[in-house]
Every structure is written in C-alpha cells, then in structure tokens.
Ligand binder design. Structure first.
Ligand code: S3P
Length: 176
C-alpha cells in the first residue's frame, strides 16, 4: 500500500460548497488551493458543460481519473476541491485516499436545490424537475461519499468560515 500524501481533499455533491470552503480553508491553513474541475477546464479549453456536450460524460470522467493520478504523484501539502462525481469511480476513491485526507461536505437535497436554483453550469442537473434529480443522485451517491471520506462535516445552514473552522478542528483530531 502506497504512503498517503499530506493534502486535504474536499468531496461532496454539487452545491455543497467545496470550492468556497476550500478557498477559506486555504487562507486559514496557508496552503495552496486548486479546484480539479477548473484544472480540467483549463486543460481542455472548455467549461464542464461544453466538455459534456462535445465529448460526453465518460470522457470527462476519464479526465478526472487522469488528473488524480498526476496530482497523487506531484502534490504535497495542498488543498483540493473536486467535482461532485469524482469519488464515484472505485479507482478515483483509491486515488483520493492516497492523495490525502478526504473531507466530505454533506448537504441535504433542499440545500442543494436552494443554492443551485437557476444554475446552468451543471449538465447533470438540467432536468425538468431538478429537485427530483438531486434526490435521486444524492441517494445513489451518499454511500460512496461516506466510504471515501475520512472526515464528514454537515454543511447545511452554516457559514463558509464556520465549516472551514470545523474542518481545521477535525484535522487536528477533534470532532467535526
Ligand atoms: C458533477 C459535478 C460538477 C462537475 C460536473 C459533474 C457531478 O462539479 O464536475 O458537472 O457529477 O456531480 P461540482 O460538484 O463542483 O458542481
């Protein structure tokens, strides 16, 4: 078994606040922050919904896996936010574990629906009934998020700064 790296990786559903919390955490901990969706978009020269439309979801998922393989070899002591589907592939879950401490920002379907109302950037949520889609995907995914995570922080009805502070405490060995 490979040694785990000292990075912090935020996982969780779309709209759980991974990017904003990651940025807040990077200030609190004085660590470099990167968002894996943004890294893929930069490499591909397209935003996520354009990649889904032009190349399909499987292509995007392959890019996520390729990126994680690289990050695992190159990065140490950093903070990453990931796409909501990243931990779903078994290989990705293993790569995330090797990349560092995995923190799941757990949110309810109601929170996601409220935060992403009118959002057009998430291809998987462009449905006639977004709430129904969110509930279905959350149900399918929660077990995967739970098994990929070292730390679980409930992110409903909390400020970004509060969530980041809870993560810092949990990383020090306190409870989240
Ligand atoms: C996805 C989440 C998105 C993005 C893509 C697919 C998912 O990232 O990776 O649209 O499968 O949950 P965010 O979680 O940052 O919205």
């Amino acid at each position: 078994m490979e040694k785990r790296k000292n990075n912090i990786i935020l996982i969780g559903f779309m709209g759980s606040g991974k990017t904003t919390v990651g940025i807040s955490l990077s200030y609190k901990m004085q660590r470099t922050f990167s968002d894996t969706d943004k890294m893929i978009e930069k490499r591909e020269g397209m935003c996520v919904s354009e990649i889904f439309a032009a190349q399909g979801e499987d292509y995007f998922r392959e890019k996520e896996t390729e990126l994680l393989r690289e990050l695992k070899n190159e990065r140490e002591g950093q903070i990453f936010s990931t796409g909501g589907g990243t931990p779903l592939r078994a290989e990705n879950a293993r790569l995330l574990h090797e990349l560092g401490t995995v923190v799941w920002l757990k949110v309810s379907a109601e929170t996601v629906c409220k935060r992403l109302k009118g959002d057009t950037t998430r291809p998987l949520l462009q449905a006639a009934d977004p709430m129904e889609r969110i509930k279905k995907l959350l149900k399918e995914r929660e077990e995967r998020y739970a098994s990929a995570a070292d730390i679980v922080v409930t992110a409903d009805k909390k400020t970004v700064s509060q969530i980041a502070a809870e993560i810092v405490t949990a990383l020090k060995g306190g409870t989240a």
